[in-house]
Design a protein around this ligand. Structure first.
Ligand SMILES: NC(=O)C1=CN([C@@H]2O[C@H](COP(=O)(O)OP(=O)(O)OC[C@H]3O[C@@H](n4cnc5c(N)ncnc54)[C@H](O)[C@@H]3O)[C@@H](O)[C@H]2O)C=CC1
Ligand SMILES: O=C1[C@@H](O)[C@H](O)[C@@H](O)[C@H](O)[C@H]1O
Length: 341
């Protein structure tokens, strides 16, 4: 039987996820949608889906088994807490929350419920190239990781994108992928601004370089540039004790002409990570069908929000800002490889 899904937030990524859930993936049916902009919800609703007036009514509907949250970050907390109260599995787009305090409330509520219900939308973990890169790092082929260089370049950003957002909206992807790739925790953050780009306009503080200090002593440098104009350019390179492992260039047709030999760049995140988003939902549908969640957890959402908050402090102070994590609830501890007798 198909998993009955309700989608909250039918904007840019909400519509893209509705497309993949209705046209690409199987085992799933969208039965409900909601958006504070009712007209937008009506336009985006697939045939037969009910348009709900509030997220809570959608979450509590008997015709909804699982929820996909694609509303704005500050709205996620209340919607996630309602999903936990209803005991329903939920996929929540990043950032899980926009403050450390809100993230702790979610982690505590899910831990008290006693079972994982939340998967956070860190799609890079489902990208085949990142998965192969992690397999190399885990295999110890390049020795212990010493540094990771993470490049996150957007062609452009919408006009509502402010100078805080490279740190509390965009950086969360690099924070999460660094923790996951290196199997490490972030313990401190520094932020530096080079000369400002005149492209992209206004007062936007762009680009920015962030240093993530890892518990192991490894350091991650993250370049975030949000107005490069030429495309969506995501790179990653792990520098180990005995070798280097990098994400490959995206396979694309090689064009040779009077301008030289070149490959096209993806336009934006939808194009670059299209297969990764498909795969994150494939895995979500299976877990949600079993009444639970796998993949990036509420704990991972908490860790990235904590990093974003520290980065905002570091941008202000110009200093190294340490992170202080709460004790990890048992729900998020790795299961032992061999069960205890
Ligand atoms: N994983 C990824 O690569 C990406 C993730 N995102 C994340 O997805 C979320 C949505 O982003 P976009 O689709 O780009 O924004 P958007 O502005 O295009 O769409 C958001 C929609 O949510 C609705 N909304 C806002 N608050 C609501 C509430 N309280 N209840 C119901 N509906 C509400 C808005 O009316 C709007 O239609 C954000 O958290 C963003 O960071 C966005 C782009 C890429
Ligand atoms: O999540 C995303 C956007 O919200 C964000 O604004 C972009 O910088 C990221 O590259 C994209 O993946």
């Amino acid at each position: 039987m198909a998993l009955k899904v309700g989608v909250i937030g039918t904007g840019m990524i909400g519509q893209d996820h509705i497309r993949r859930l209705t046209k690409v993936l199987s085992g799933v049916e969208i039965t409900a949608v909601n958006d504070i902009d009712v007209e937008r919800a009506k336009e985006a609703a697939p045939y037969g889906a009910e348009v709900f007036e509030t997220p809570k009514a959608l979450i509590e509907s008997d015709n909804v088994d699982a929820i996909v949250i694609c509303s704005w970050g500050p709205a996620h907390e209340e919607q996630l807490l309602d999903c936990i109260a209803a005991g329903k599995p939920v996929f929540c787009e990043k950032p899980m929350t926009t403050s450390e305090e809100a993230a702790i409330r979610i982690v505590e509520a899910e831990a008290a419920y006693g079972k994982r219900l939340i998967q956070v939308g860190f799609m890079r973990r489902f990208d085949a190239d990142y998965r192969r890169l992690k397999a190399v790092v885990d295999s110890a082929m390049i020795g212990a990781p010493l540094m990771y260089h993470s490049v996150h370049r957007n062609a452009s950003v919408p006009s509502h994108y402010t100078s805080d957002m490279p740190l509390n909206d965009t950086l969360v992807h690099d924070a999460d992928i660094s923790r996951w790739l290196l199997s490490d925790e972030i313990v401190g953050v520094e932020v530096r601004y080079p000369r400002r780009s005149t492209v992209g306009g206004g007062e936007l503080k762009n680009p920015v370089i962030v240093l993530l200090h890892m518990e192991s002593g490894a350091i991650v440098d993250v370049e975030i540039s949000v107005a490069i104009t030429y495309g969506y350019d995501i790179r990653g390179e792990v520098s180990g004790e005995t070798g280097v492992a990098s994400l490959p260039n995206r396979p694309a047709t090689v064009v040779s002409d009077v301008n030289g030999i070149r490959q096209a760049m993806p336009e934006d995140w939808r194009e670059r990570f299209i297969e990764a988003y498909d795969q994150e939902f494939r895995e979500w549908i299976i877990a949600a069908g079993e009444g639970t969640a796998t993949g990036p957890s509420a704990w991972d959402g908490y860790a990235s929000t904590l990093t974003a908050d520290a980065a905002l402090r570091a941008a202000e102070s110009g200093q190294y800002e340490p992170l202080k994590m709460i004790k990890k609830p048992a729900l998020y501890l790795e299961a032992p490889a061999v069960a205890a007798e």
